[in-house]
Ligand binder design. Structure first.
Ligand code: HSE
Length: 447
């Protein structure tokens, strides 16, 4: 039975997600009312230009350019405009006017999350943001609520669909990065300017949001170590494949202790890494996303699905709208989020993982032994070495082997080692005359 008054919902932004949210709110009005115990009335949609073309038909009577007045009239404000301003000011205004806020704005949350949470807390309102990380996939609510009694140890996320599409195409079809990016652009995965995706900025924002929730600690996006996928070559992907790995852009949030300083803290980082083809994340193909959570009591959990898309992301937004509406009906302060742990944010140097190092070296006696001794001198233990002859004769002279004895490619996989020890080892290796080139150093994750 519906006993509560209808709730007034305001939408800011009518892009591909916003238009779908408006459609679902209207089409599912009666069903949502039964689930919430109150009708959810879409009272207006603030847009920059009321005459702009839309991806779904919207009631023109709902469109307005007066966002402030619309916000002031609402119980729940859905912000889907993106960008920092005016979205930040609108959200603060909504909270101060007594509305709950639903947003999918990861850039804003990564940059101003603590400010928005503090503003919400001060007035006893809530900010919901399930759509900000990995589109349709429920991951914010599981971290904030389902796992609130557990301790998260590590999160490994494929949280950017564009880069997963590109790397998957390189893996499955042997494509180059440039070709795969061109196809991603043609199919609408990548934006005209793909920098935010391929350089890892989008994933870093999502890592900052996940790390904050998982470790109850503010993690500024600037503290997230970030490397993109633009240097990944078809040769690296094919070599990874032969060795039983696949290259994925991973967002990693981890609680760890620096092996040299003993400082405990949180690491949040984004880089392309090798993972075993047996790992569940290796099965995440195309533009899909997945978040693999390792928790102390729950063990391993994986959340998989669409990381983008208008209607898919609208599902996450609607879930938040229902949560916000139920809170209005039930009363009370809602779900608390804390940063009580206030852990130190550790730099990339504090991380320990496994590494795959690919070298082109002179194919001469003693070279392998010399390289092996450099690993041992820096305390890095070698797990596997693979050698193949790369070139001989004149090519080898051109490639830099002084005696034309030929070159060989060495692929070395280490046991777990610290980032510091590994960089010292690689620097020492690069200094050797017998080393023509350090072709690549990739981290091996997921063990
Ligand atoms: N550009 C993102 C992606 C989607 O490729 O996954 C929005 O976060």
């Amino acid at each position: 039975m519906i006993a509560y008054r209808n709730l007034r919902v305001a939408l800011l932004g009518a892009g591909s997600v916003g238009a779908q949210v408006a459609t679902l709110l209207t089409e599912h009005h009666d069903e949502l009312a039964s689930r919430v115990g109150a009708g959810l009335d879409l009272v207006g949609i603030a847009v920059r230009d009321v005459d702009a073309p839309r991806s779904a038909p919207l009631d023109p009577a709902l469109l307005t350019t007066d966002a402030m007045s619309l916000i002031e009239s609402a119980d729940i404000v859905i912000e889907l405009m993106g960008g920092i301003e005016p979205a930040r000011s609108y959200i603060l205004h909504a909270l101060n006017s007594g509305a709950d806020v639903v947003t999918g704005n990861k850039a804003l949350l990564a940059a101003h999350g603590p400010e928005l949470q503090a503003a919400a807390e001060q007035v006893g309102a809530q900010v919901y943001y399930e759509a900000a990380v990995a589109g349709a996939i429920p991951i914010i609510r599981p971290l904030r609520e389902s796992l609130a009694g557990d301790r998260v140890k590590r999160i490994l996320g494929i949280v950017n669909g564009t880069t997963n599409f590109i790397l998957d195409k390189m893996d499955v079809e042997g494509d180059t990065f440039e070709n795969a990016l061109a196809v991603a652009t043609e199919l609408g995965y990548a934006e005209a300017d793909p920098t935010a995706d391929i350089e890892g900025y989008d994933a870093a924002q999502k890592a900052a949001i996940l790390a904050r929730l998982a470790f109850h600690t503010d993690v500024p996006v600037e503290a997230v170590h970030r490397e993109g996928i633009t240097t990944i070559t078809a040769a690296q992907v094919s070599q990874a494949q032969k060795a039983g790995y696949v290259v994925k852009l991973l967002a990693i949030c981890e609680r760890l202790t620096d092996p040299e300083t003993g400082v405990e803290g949180v690491s949040a980082r984004v880089y392309p890494a090798l993972i075993s083809r047996q790992h569940p994340l290796a099965a995440v193909h195309g533009g899909k996303n997945a978040v693999f959570v390792e928790a102390e009591a729950a063990g391993d959990l994986m959340f998989y699905g669409a990381g983008a898309g208008g209607i898919e992301t609208a599902s996450a937004v609607l879930g938040d709208v229902v949560s916000a509406a139920r809170r209005h009906v039930a009363g009370g302060p809602g779900v608390a989020e804390t940063t009580h742990a206030n852990l130190t944010i550790l730099p990339i140097d504090s991380v320990s993982t496994r590494y795959q190092i690919t070298l082109e070296v002179s194919d001469a006696p003693g070279v392998l032994a010399r390289i092996a001794s450099l690993f041992s001198e820096h305390g890095v233990s070698v797990e596997a070495v693979q050698q193949s002859v790369a070139s001989v004769g004149p090519d080898a002279v051109a490639a830099g082997t002084p005696d034309g004895s030929g070159t060989a490619t060495l692929v070395i996989v280490t046991h777990i080692a610290s980032e510091r020890a590994l960089s010292r080892t690689v620097a020492a290796i690069a200094d050797q005359k017998v080393v023509v080139r350090v072709e690549s150093v990739l981290r091996v994750e997921g063990a």
